[in-house]
Design a protein. Structure first.
Length: 397
């Protein structure tokens, strides 16, 4: 892969996935704008993640069926349209519906990551996928900072207009730079979806990796869904200060290249256990040290570092399961991850309303420990995974 293509893929992943997170630090502003409670505003995050999970389940498998460049540019056009509708929504009910559509169409990032794995040499796959994932993770982590700054300067709706324009620009650039790739699967969309369930049924490593990452992402969602309320209520932060605080999470993206190299060298399994344990410890630290901005910043940075490192190591392992079904493997993995994230966001809204910041942190610690238990008691996860270029007939159709 040319370096310029790696950079463009990383940038595209970051800009598209950021659409899922722009709303997190703006929930207080959104609640005021539409005249709803903070708990009701939290539903925006939940519905966006539910939409993303639906897109992962029903659109991402098309990466193994449709020509990848055409699929990517068409989805970006859909994302731009949904963002424009969000920017001009006059009613909260319409804004919620459009938030689902933003999530559904933002799956472009997860089409590009398996594409990077296809294009990368086998002995460099972990490192190159890690670089592309680094861009995706920076998009996740910087989205909160960017949206807070933009809201402080131009109002909360401005970020949706800006992102819509970026999606159109990305569509043009990717159409020129992505090589044409027509997948080998030819049996149709219905057959494609059936083979997704075949993967769930026949690949225990995929199930365990997906569940572990889903639980870890639940911790990530709990922390970052509730942190704006904590910073405003406990520390008197404004939007500009929240934006600066959110920058600490961006450092977590440094985990991606490091995790990719560790996975290439065979250390992915033990390092994954360490990431799960680190996340649980940081959630506990955030609960007991919430009175200190420094403690919250350290906890947020290391929690994000753990989540991103675990994801890269997980994807390195699962992409080796079926070389001809990486988009469908990513469908199982990421659908599980964002379903868990959506459930965690919904639970965070309820727990924060009743127990405050402590409730959100207990949730984050609990799901991290649950992931550690799945990792510790999943013996097949520890088996060495060999590259199998062709799966069973049901997956090769």
């Amino acid at each position: 892969m040319r370096r310029s293509l790696v950079v463009v893929l990383a940038l595209a992943c970051g800009l598209t996935v950021a659409n899922l997170y722009y709303s997190q630090p703006l929930l207080d502003l959104i609640a005021d704008a539409f005249g709803v409670s903070q708990g009701a505003a939290t539903i925006v995050v939940t519905l966006t993640q539910i939409g993303y999970a639906l897109g992962l389940l029903f659109l991402l498998p098309l990466g193994d069926l449709a020509e990848n460049r055409k699929l990517t540019t068409r989805l970006l056009a859909g994302t731009a349209t949904a963002l424009l509708l969000a920017a001009v929504s006059p009613a909260y009910s319409l804004f919620l519906v459009v938030s689902v559509l933003v999530g559904v169409t933002s799956v472009v990032a997860q089409i590009l990551v398996p594409l990077a794995a296809h294009l990368a040499p086998e002995d460099q796959r972990g490192a190159l996928v890690g670089k592309v994932m680094g861009g995706l993770l920076l998009g996740i982590l910087l989205a909160r900072t960017v949206s807070s700054f933009v809201a402080d300067l131009f109002g909360w709706r401005a970020i949706y207009f800006i992102s819509a324009a970026l999606m159109v620009g990305l569509a043009v650039v990717l159409r020129r730079m992505i090589p044409v790739r027509q997948p080998s699967h030819t049996a149709g969309y219905g057959s494609l979806l059936r083979t997704v369930w075949d993967l769930v049924r026949t690949e225990p490593t995929l199930r365990r990796r997906a569940l572990c990452q889903g639980l870890l992402f639940g911790a990530f969602s709990a922390f970052w869904t509730a942190i704006a309320y904590e910073l405003i209520g406990e520390h008197g932060f404004g939007q500009a200060q929240i934006a600066i605080f959110a920058l600490v999470g961006a450092g977590g993206a440094t985990a991606a290249p490091l995790a990719g190299k560790l996975a290439d060298r065979g250390y992915g399994v033990p390092a994954s256990g360490g990431a799960l344990l680190l996340a649980a410890l940081m959630a506990g630290l955030a609960a007991v040290g919430h009175g200190s901005i420094v403690v919250l910043a350290v906890a947020g940075f290391l929690l994000d570092f753990a989540v991103q490192a675990h994801q890269v190591m997980s994807q390195h392992e699962i992409y080796a399961l079926r070389a001809d079904a990486r988009a469908r493997i990513n469908t199982v993995f990421m659908t599980t991850v964002f379903t868990c994230g959506a459930l965690s966001s919904a639970a965070t809204g309820l727990l924060h309303h009743r127990y405050g910041w402590t409730g959100a942190c207990v949730l984050a610690a609990g799901v991290s420990l649950a992931g550690l238990a799945v990792w510790a008691f999943g013996p097949s996860l520890h088996a060495k995974v060999a590259l199998r270029p062709e799966g069973p007939p049901s997956l090769r159709r």
